[in-house]
Design a protein around this ligand. Structure first.
Ligand code: NAG
Ligand code: NAG
Ligand code: NAG
Length: 446
C-alpha cells in the first residue's frame, strides 16, 4: 500500500495545483490535443499500478488448491481491510479489531439471510445472548436432536447474527431437523480470556438443563457441541469442562470441531511452517489473535513465532511438552521433513506475563490424558492450507490414544475458514465441499 499512496501524493499536486508554474498553459494544451508525453506517462503509471496490484494479490499457493485466483483475491481484500484497520489503530482512531469487525459486519449485511423453514429467536441463556434455530417442519411429538454452535473469528470477529453464520445455522437446523443454538459470546477487544470461554460455558450449561431442553423439545441424549476456528477452540474447551463437572446431568453425544485452534505453545508445527504465509490466516496474524485474546503485549509476537516463549529452559512449559510432541503424534505424511523449533534458552517474561498461554481452557490440547478419556465421539475437519491443521490432527491422535472414536475429515485442496464461504461473491467450492461433508457426518451420527 505504501508505495501506491506515496506515488499519488507526489503526482497529483504537480498536475493540478493552480499556482504551479505553467499549469494553465498545460491545461490549454491538453484541451487542444493530449500530448503524447502525458499518454505515455499515464500508460507507465497504469502498468506500474497493475504490476503493484498483481504483486500485492499474487501469492504462491500449493498446486492442490482449488480456485487459486479467487482465493488470492479474497486474501488480498482481507489484507487491505486488515492494513486499513491497522492504520486506524496506529492513528489512535480505534482498536484495529473493532474496526475490522465493523467492516466485516458491513460486508456480512450483504449476505442474504436465508432462513426459510426455520424459526429464529434471539434470547438469553443465563444472561448470555444466543440465537436459537428451530425447524418449522412438524416433528409431531418427536423430540429433536440439537447442536450448540460457536462461531469463529479469532475470538474477536463475526457474529452469530451475521449473514455467514446465520446461513450456516439455518441450513444445519433445516437439513438435520435439529434445534441449533448459536452463542453470541462477547468479543475481543472489549473482553478477553476467559470471558469468551465463560460465556459459552454458561449458555451451554443453561441449555443442557433438563427443563430447558424439554422446552425446546430436544432429546437430551442427542446433543452435539460444535464450532469452527476460534469457535472450535471454545467448543473443545467447554466440552472438556462439561465432561468434568459433576453437577452436569446431560452429556454431549458428540463434538464436531472445524479447523479448531487448540494451542499457543508451538507455532512451528509442520502446518505452521508450511503455511506460514498462505491465505487466509498467516502465522503472524494467528499469533496476534492469541495475544489479543489474552490482552498480551504485541512486542512478544516475534519471540513467540520462534517458540521462545516455550524454550527448553521454561520449566512451566516442560510439563506440557509431550502433549503436543508432533514428531510422535503426527503421521509422517504430515510431518514431511519439518524440524521442531525449540531453543535452549527463551524469554521467561512471556509466560510470566501471560500464564493463560498454558491454561487448558485456552489450550485444550494441553489437557491431561484423563480428560481426553472422557470426551464424547468426535468429528474433526482439517484443511491442508491451514496453519492450524496440526493442532487438530494432534488433538485427534490424543483422543484416539485415549480410546475415543474419532473421524478425521481432511481436505487436501481447502483453506482455513472456507466452510462459511458459500454465498456469492465468496462462494467457494471448498465451502460447499466442507459444509456438506460436515452436515452429512452429523446427520449420520447425531
Ligand atoms: C454441585 O452442586 C452442589 C449443590 O448445589 C454445590 O454445592 C457444588 O458446589 C456444585 N459443584 C460444582 C462443581 O459446581
Ligand atoms: C530466541 O532465542 C534464541 C536463543 O536464545 C535467540 O538467539 C533469539 O534471538 C531469540 N529470538 C527472538 C525473536 O526472541
Ligand atoms: C458462485 O456464484 C456465481 C454467481 O452466482 C456462479 O456463477 C459461480 O459458478 C459460483 N461458484 C461456485 C464455486 O459455486
Amino acid at each position: 500500500m505504501k508505495p501506491l499512496n506515496g506515488r499519488c501524493e507526489q503526482t497529483l499536486p504537480q498536475k493540478s495545483h493552480p499556482f504551479a508554474k505553467g499549469a494553465g498553459e498545460a491545461r490549454l494544451r491538453a484541451r487542444a490535443s493530449p500530448p503524447p508525453v502525458t499518454m505515455k506517462s499515464a500508460a507507465v503509471l497504469l502498468a506500474g499500478l497493475l504490476a503493484l496490484t498483481a504483486y500485492y494479490v499474487y501469492l504462491p499457493l500449493p498446486s492442490t488448491v482449488s480456485e487459486p485466483w479467487r482465493l488470492m483475491l479474497l486474501d488480498a481484500s482481507f489484507r487491505v481491510a486488515q492494513q486499513s484497520c491497522n492504520l486506524v489503530h496506529f492513528l489512535g482512531l480505534g482498536h484495529h479489531l473493532r474496526a475490522l469487525n465493523f467492516l466485516i459486519g458491513a460486508f456480512d449485511q450483504l449476505n442474504p439471510q436465508s432462513s426459510e423453514g426455520v424459526k429464529i429467536t434471539d434470547t438469553q441463556f443465563d444472561g448470555v445472548e444466543v440465537r436459537v434455530y428451530e425447524p418449522l417442519a412438524k416433528g409431531g411429538a418427536k423430540l429433536r436432536r440439537s447442536v450448540v454452535y460457536i462461531h469463529g473469528g479469532g475470538w474477536a470477529l463475526a457474529s452469530a447474527r451475521g449473514g455467514y453464520y446465520n446461513n450456516l445455522c439455518s441450513i444445519m437446523a433445516e437439513s438435520l431437523d435439529a434445534v441449533v443454538v448459536s452463542i453470541e459470546y462477547r468479543l475481543v477487544p472489549d473482553f478477553h480470556f476467559p470471558v469468551q470461554f465463560n460465556d459459552v460455558l454458561q449458555a451451554t450449561k443453561h441449555f443442557m438443563l433438563p427443563e430447558v431442553l424439554a422446552r425446546y423439545s430436544v432429546d437430551p441424549s442427542r446433543v452435539a457441541i460444535s464450532g469452527d476456528s476460534a469457535g472450535g477452540n471454545l467448543a473443545a474447551a467447554v466440552c472438556q469442562e462439561m465432561t468434568q463437572e459433576e453437577n452436569v446431568t446431560t452429556r454431549f453425544k458428540l463434538q464436531a470441531l472445524i479447523y479448531p485452534v487448540l494451542q499457543p505453545f508451538d507455532f512451528n508445527t509442520p502446518s505452521y511452517q508450511q503455511n506460514e504465509v498462505t491465505p487466509v490466516l498467516p502465522r503472524f496474524v494467528m499469533v496476534k489473535f492469541w495475544l489479543d485474546y489474552f490482552n498480551g503485549n504485541y512486542d512478544f509476537a516475534h519471540s513467540m513465532v520462534v517458540n521462545n516463549h516455550t524454550a527448553l529452559d521454561m520449566s512451566e512449559a516442560n510439563a506440557f511438552r509431550e502433549h503436543l510432541d508432533w514428531t510422535f503424534l503426527l503421521p509422517s505424511r504430515f510431518r514431511k521433513n519439518y524440524k521442531p523449533v525449540a531453543h535452549a534458552t527463551g524469554k521467561a517474561e512471556i509466560i510470566r506475563d501471560i500464564p493463560a498461554l498454558l491454561d487448558v481452557r485456552a489450550a485444550p490440547l494441553l489437557a491431561e490424558k484423563e480428560v481426553f478419556r472422557i470426551q464424547p465421539k468426535t468429528y474433526i475437519l482439517t484443511c491442508e492450507i491451514d496453519v492450524l491443521r496440526d493442532d487438530a490432527l494432534m488433538y485427534a491422535k490424543r483422543l484416539e490414544k485415549a480410546g475415543v472414536a474419532v473421524t478425521i475429515d481432511h481436505f487436501e485442496d481447502c483453506f482455513h475458514g472456507c466452510m462459511i464461504f458459500t454465498v456469492w461473491p465468496t462462494n467457494f467450492s471448498a465451502g460447499f465441499q466442507t459444509r456438506d461433508s460436515y452436515i452429512k457426518w452429523l446427520s449420520q451420527n447425531l
